[in-house]
Write a protein that binds this ligand. Sequence first.
Ligand SMILES: [Ca+2]
Length: 130
Amino acid sequence: MIKKITIFLSAFMLICVTSLATAGERNEGITCINKGSTVKAVYDKGSNGTLIQKNIKVGNSYKGGSCMGRCGGGCGWGAPSAWAKDCLDHDICIVDQNGQNGLATDKNCGDEFRHAADDYTFGVLRGCRG
Ligand SMILES: [Ca+2]
């Protein structure tokens, strides 16, 4: 019995340590956000750096970037768009760090781009239409 508990605790500790090791900007699954609401955007410089957080009004322009929080570049062309938390994080990173939109290889915003990929692909189907 004690041995079982020890194994369980070790596994639990391992999971805790693993999640600490992957600190930095998080993938938040497909979390819908609504235009007009204020949401805290979070990204990091590089891929495991200090978090930078900004309160952003979803759908507004920010430092020359438009439609913050919409998945995909700018405001799109009228097709249904997904609006999601990971896309907002990526948008703000791109604008702040002068990153290249739509690239997983961007040195600062590539990890945010990867986190936003599921939102971009499935956001509309999941009902994240702003
Ligand atoms: Ca980053």
